[in-house]
Design a binder for this molecule. Sequence first.
Ligand SMILES: Nc1ncnc2c1ncn2[C@@H]1O[C@H](COP(=O)(O)OP(=O)(O)OP(=O)(O)O)[C@@H](O)[C@H]1O
Length: 842
Amino acid sequence: MTWRTELERAAARLRDAAGAADRAEELLVRAATRLAADDTDRRRSELAQRLRAAAAGAASGWLGDDLAATDPNTPLWTETPRTGAEAVRVGTALLDDEPVFPALAGLLGKGHLVCDGDAADPRVAGMLQSLLVRITAAHPNLELSLVDGVTLGQVFAPATALVDAGIATTVATDHLALARVLTAAEKRLTELRDVAARGQSIADRPYHLIVVAGLPPEVGKSTRERLAALAHAGPSARCHLVLCGWRDLPHRERLPAIEHATRLECGDEVRLGGLPLPVVLDAPPPPALVRAVFASRAEQRREAGELSVADLVPEVLWTESSRDGLTTVIGRDQAGHTAGGDVEVSFDDATPHWLIGGRTGGGKTVFLLDVLYGLATRYSPDELELYLLDFKEGVSFTEFTPSALDPSWIPHVKAVGVESDREYGVAVLAALRAELTRRAGLMKRAGATRLARLRELRPEVRLPRIVAVVDEFHVLFAGNDRLAGEAVAHLEELARKGRSYGVHLVLASQTISGIEALYSKKDSIFGQFPLRVALPGAKHLLDEGNDAAVESVGQAVINDAGGLKGRNRTCRFPDASSADELLARLRRDLWARRDSDEEPVVFRGFDEQHLDADPRFAALAPTHAPRALLGRAVDVRMSTVGYQFDRSPGRHLAVLGTSIVAADVLTSAAVSLARQHEPGAVEFHVAATAAGAEELARDLVEELKAAGHECRELEPGAVLTAPRARPVYLVWFGADGADGQPGTLRDLLLHGPATGAHVIGWWRGARRFLDDIGGSAGREHVAGVVALNIAANDLAAITGGYERTWDARANRCLVIDRHAGTETLAVPYVRPGRLDEVVETR
Ligand SMILES: Nc1ncnc2c1ncn2[C@@H]1O[C@H](COP(=O)(O)OP(=O)(O)OP(=O)(O)O)[C@@H](O)[C@H]1O
């Protein structure tokens, strides 16, 4: 073959390989006719030059220049090369041992490069290193997976900076790690293909390049077939391979075909694709250049990739309308391990409710904080209200409430439960359900079928969308008791109707059983949560067969179709837990714009409640219907729980249980009653027959006297016989045994109220109390009971013998008013510091 034919063919191959050197052939033909036949050398060099120029057109700058001559300070490209620049230089074509033009292979955007030699061959190693520098310098948005089963990662050692910056994965050196690379690539591929199938463009997604410097020795048939399948499907999903060491071995079955590939054969001579000329592969680039390129790309990526909560909040606060839904940015798309576009999540007709799952420490709290700050900055409190419930130990939502250090709060937040009781959770759900009913009524009357329409018809009515977050929601179902039943009923109703009325639920759980609990309750509930957020360790959250998952904290799979395969989006969200200052600033900005000073109700299950801190105590004044204040109800507003005294028979109060908290309840009752009587109008008799209560009784006497009231301390033996000149409250610490005069006690219970005499007594033993009041026949004589640490069956005996579910626990009491027919779970008022002193026993 003459050199001319060779060059002509070379030009043709060059065009094929690079796809953009089509002018080369044309130039060649023109040159050949113009030049004299005997002017061989000149013609040859001119043709070679033209070929070089043509090759430069196909792969210029970082993709085609001689790296040995490239200045390390040459700027990296900041934009992905245009379509048509798919060629990259791998070496130089030789003619008569002279380098004539760059040898190019079509790679990103075109196909794969497959080489029979591996990185154990220094020629291949040099080429790979050079290729990596070229591609890294030319592509700002690239994902790399590196595999080296022959030099144990040595060939990629210079790329450590890329690994550190998350551009490349850790080099896989064995077949297991290779399998992981393939699994990740397959997932990414499926995800992108699904996006494309939905008609969305994937042109802005990063390329994924898998560079295999040599296959690990254990690689079997299935891995080879997976590689071939990836090669087949890869280019349409921006995935490309550089596959070295791909050669048939003796006594092994033949390798599967790799489609879309340019072949590189590394025998004595190196041949590239159909190029008829031998090729000398690129040598390793100068180390200074490698370092400069990798370090500056890594730096750029780190800067671009840093996601902050600031990226989630709008520049101007509260500009959005929630008429048709709520939408916020949660993070950046990440189909692999590099950053992409913003990912939005919504509460709207398509995704009215969300389900979030992930293991402990999987980032659930941080994800929720990101969402809540994103929403609270976009929508004003007239557009959005928040109810936040957390059933575990933790401080997740206290972030939104006033504290000793920072009096600000997020004005959208109506109620926050931290380590809430299930009862509190059920109360919040019940309140939301009542709101549904209210909205349903409004809609009916207005003739609207959608919230958006109702808002148009009744602009004067405040109708914010409501988002209720329930963290560790499965706690609600624990026990499978009456409360669990109520919780399920509320959740079902809210999930089913919330969409129409603008009430949205976010249920989160860190346990598999949490999700299963919901699933097993009723399929219908589970199906009402179309937006699924799978954090690391999430199980059973997505559809069977949808195995999308993330492993690193800070990432989430977001699926907007009830977990359906093909609707996953992998995203990265910022770490709100390391943005204290920013969050505090946002909170204060939002707070400064509030138009109401109503603080969120904060229910912390472990908090003591103090009478002095209750504004309703401060507001007490003399009245004809005095009410003893006893504690704060476990309800949405944490209402004050009281017990009213009037002249009807049985208006007495018995506090039952061995806990010293009973003494505090008595004190609160007496002190609050004292405020409701003019001094001199009533008398307080205080008796302490329970050991340990003397001091408390004395303190009470002091306090009542200081308030100007008549107050007598009664001695044992004279408690029931002391003369009563005017209406009297007998505050009795330790009434067990009725001071040896149960008959007198019964008489007082029966006739006292008519003359203004009421007993407020602490009985340590429930059975003793029952005996003292004359057994079950005397039940009606004491209408008020505060149950502390007494057993459910004892309480049942006192109140009427039916089955009850009282679950005695520290810092809770059950306030029963038999006349009013009410039973209220409450946190009793205690003396400050009381809970630090006592270890309650049942
Ligand atoms: N997006 C993120 N980027 C970086 N780190 C994060 C991110 N999200 C969470 N983390 C880290 O993980 C830690 C645990 O996160 P988080 O408290 O949200 O987990 P969790 O799932 O709520 O755990 P638990 O349920 O045990 O409270 C955080 O303190 C934070 O350091």
